[in-house]
Write a protein that binds this ligand. Structure first.
Ligand SMILES: Nc1ncnc2c1ncn2[C@@H]1O[C@H](COP(=O)(O)OP(=O)(O)O)[C@@H](O)[C@H]1O
Ligand SMILES: [Mg+2]
Length: 258
């Protein structure tokens, strides 16, 4: 069964793209069939997190009826399939011939997860993404403006009757001025799927155009991502080593395992 999960927030800049791109890499590394979609048609940026600078057709061209979803699947450097956003909103306005939900139908049944990185705000583009999904993850920061917008996002999810998996707290500093996890849980009445620290490795990985889960797998944020993925899948994620290090190679040979 394909699970379509959208990451949304209300407020921009809280970390939707960071969380969705890394959750996608983690699922992919664990051998799941996953496609990540940039539903940010006005200001797409998911591709940038992966260092892709595609100039070919994108989701935008699928929504306006010119291409099939299978024509706009690209691969990141790790091999993860990604559907990039689009060009300018003006090109899209009034031209949506196919909803996102309909556009994705061809992938349903073929992959385990379709992860959608929603745009900022709760307007038209975000509604498209919410309508196309079965489940939602709300991303927020431990500060009042982000959390109040998260509550609005939750209300929208309820309106569309999409099930809410929970909330991810991102950029948590642990300092006094952070809203406390318990207070956020109580305010939003949602389970906390994970707490991702404010971590310098995140901007470093964005500069390196490789999600932190891949570029700094030992960082605190990468470890927090793994916890979130465990919560989403309901299983302990096993990520096989891509290649054995010299010691493991030697040990395997020594033990006659290869
Ligand atoms: N856990 C984190 N620690 C430090 N910086 C972060 C973290 N998560 C995101 N950021 C930074 O916040 C900015 C916005 O993140 P992004 O994922 O693009 O947010 P959104 O998609 O919600 O607009 C980026 O510049 C990123 O480097
Ligand atoms: Mg984003």
């Amino acid at each position: 069964m394909t699970r379509i999960i959208t990451f949304l927030s209300g407020k921009g800049g809280v970390g939707k793209t960071t969380i969705s791109s890394n959750v996608a890499e983690a699922l992919f590394a664990a051998g799941k069939k996953v496609v990540v979609v940039d539903a940010n048609v006005t200001t797409p940026n998911l591709s940038l997190h992966y260092g892709l600078s595609e100039s070919g057709p994108s989701l935008h061209d699928v929504l306006n009826g010119n291409f099939n979803i299978t024509d706009v699947i690209y691969k990141t450097s790790s091999g993860l399939p990604i559907i990039p956003g689009g060009l300018s909103f003006n090109n899209l306005k009034g031209k949506i011939k196919k909803s996102l939900a309909k556009s994705l139908i061809e992938l349903v049944g073929k992959v385990d997860y379709i992860l959608i990185d929603a745009s900022a705000g709760l307007g038209g583009e975000t509604q498209l993404a919410v309508k196309a999904s079965d489940e939602l993850v709300i991303v927020t920061n431990p500060e009042l403006p982000a959390v109040t917008d998260a509550l609005k996002a939750k209300k929208m999810a309820e309106e569309y009757r999409v099930s809410l998996l929970g909330v991810v707290l991102n950029k948590v500093t642990g300092l006094d001025f952070d809203l406390k996890e318990d207070n956020i849980r109580e305010f939003l009445e949602l389970p906390v799927l994970g707490v991702v620290p404010h971590d310098i490795h995140v901007p470093m990985s964005i500069r390196e155009r490789t999600p932190v889960f891949i570029s700094y797998p030992e960082s605190k944020s990468a470890k927090a991502i793994k916890q979130i993925v465990n919560k989403i899948t309901g299983e302990e994620l096993y990520i096989p080593d891509k290649e054995d290090g010299p010691f493991k190679k030697w040990l395997k040979r020594f033990l006659g395992l290869e």
